[in-house]
Design a binder for this molecule. Sequence first.
Ligand code: ATP
Ligand code: 6CM
Ligand code: CA
Length: 501
Amino acid sequence: MSWLTFFITSHGTSHGVSVSEILAVRELDVDCGTKDDGRWQKMPQKSTEAYPYAFTVSYVERAWQHRWRCSDVTFHCLEGALCQQWVQTIREQLTALTSRPKHLLVYINPYGGKQQGERIYEQKVAPLFTLASISTHVIVTEHANHARDHLRTEAELKKYDGVVCVGGDGMFSEMVHGLVSRTQRDNGVDQNSPEEKLVPCTLRIGIIPAGSTDCICYATVGINDPVTSALHIIVGDAQPMDVCSVHHNNTFLRYSVSLLGYGFYGDMLADSERKRWMGPARYDFSGFKTFLTHHYYEGTVSFLPATDILGTPRDKTRCRAGYVLLQRTMEYKGGWRVIRGKFLAINAASMSCACPRSPKGLSPAAHLADGTTDLILVRKCSRFNFLRHLLRHTSKYDQFDMTFVEVHRVRRFRFTPRYCQSDSELDLRENGKRLFSQICRDHPACSCSPAYSSWNCDGEILPHAAIEVGCVTTPYNLLCKYTVHSESIQTPSLFPHFFTL
Ligand SMILES: Nc1ncnc2c1ncn2[C@@H]1O[C@H](COP(=O)(O)OP(=O)(O)OP(=O)(O)O)[C@@H](O)[C@H]1O
Ligand SMILES: CCCCCCCCCCCCC/C=C/[C@@H](O)[C@H](CO)NC(=O)CCCCC
Ligand SMILES: [Ca+2]
């Protein structure tokens, strides 16, 4: 890392800025001020007299709680030639940083979260991209799956160094599907085969949080703040992440990068989708309602434990940095395990799923890019105990330290509901109709729990109850990444992040 340690600032103090964190440099005309970002800047009189030439460096300043801000520092000098030399040298150094994007394709979901996507982008992000000389092509989506389909078929991806998603987890998921599907199609990979290895795509996806949960942004960056994310994108930060593929009867359904949740999170999502008009508050309303209904679901969970890993889901450390396995040779040693039972929730967290509602997340020790997902089984228990479990997600107490909860770090898993789901039921569910027939059908033991829930796949509903999931580490890099703090790194990664599946 090269540092620029400068001489005198306008306040007479010295200042060190890492080149990798410089956003832009501009020469100033000290005598008459300078037209800078549309504003005229006045130099302090004393400095102006002593040092008639100056330039301003915009750089990343680390603020509180993973927040980044853009700061300016102005350097003054005696000679114009020296000043120009500095500006030129800094520009050359910035040009040499090849990981930084120069051309970005931006998709804005105007209806995500509190419907502020366009405003957030125009007011907080676009000025920073302009400052950093990044050219953008901006598309405001007109309907659901607009970004996915555009990326999959039309977008001229060769023109860009990355794509940017302004929205929430659902919008990010759309873009993952567009890019990953296109890459597999271009490389002749059959997505319907659960065993098929995915070909990594070369473009990175940056997230500007403008959704309701924003868990993918929060879990990778450490905060859901648009300015922080924009700055990570500008400096070219990258973070690989796990992508799980979800299949039903050898048919590809979806990819998942954060949560796959059956039971509680599936029911909550299904209810909340009908209340989108409430904005992010819909999750509180539907969460409370789903908690009160207290439905449980019977079925069989089979999973392939990840046996070659160093960590466990019960570790006390947190991962917000890439974590890559050293060896993958032993992974099938342990064989499949099968658990039958009645579950209030079956959750698979491929990352911590930390979000503002739960800053430690569903599985606090889950890794972002280790090729595993943490399978959390919450068995039928009393409402009181389930509430205790839920509340622990918001406190320092361990949500897994309860007799009715178990957690396994797995490479693959399957879920089969106890009662078979007919094609007609699936069709009805896919068409969004409420299934009264499912209530207690063939379900003599209980008079109130339905036979099936739906899967919540990164905030989208999957109508199929029976699914097969494989977690693969891919080099799908996010353009944003949180500040690496030493206490958050589980183990140093010895390999570069990029490795083939
Ligand atoms: N122009 C649009 N009109 C309607 N829906 C859209 C449009 N663009 C995208 N969508 C859909 O909106 C859904 C929700 O978007 P998004 O994920 O951005 O917000 P959210 O659901 O409020 O947040 P989160 O996923 O973080 O909880 C996505 O499934 C996406 O497919
Ligand atoms: C009685 C008080 C109980 C409080 C319990 C809080 C527990 C929170 C755990 C955090 C879970 C986040 C999982 C993330 C899921 C996202 O992929 C998805 C899409 O954005 N969001 C939701 O499904 C929406 C999920 C909304 C979670 C509340
Ligand atoms: Ca993982």
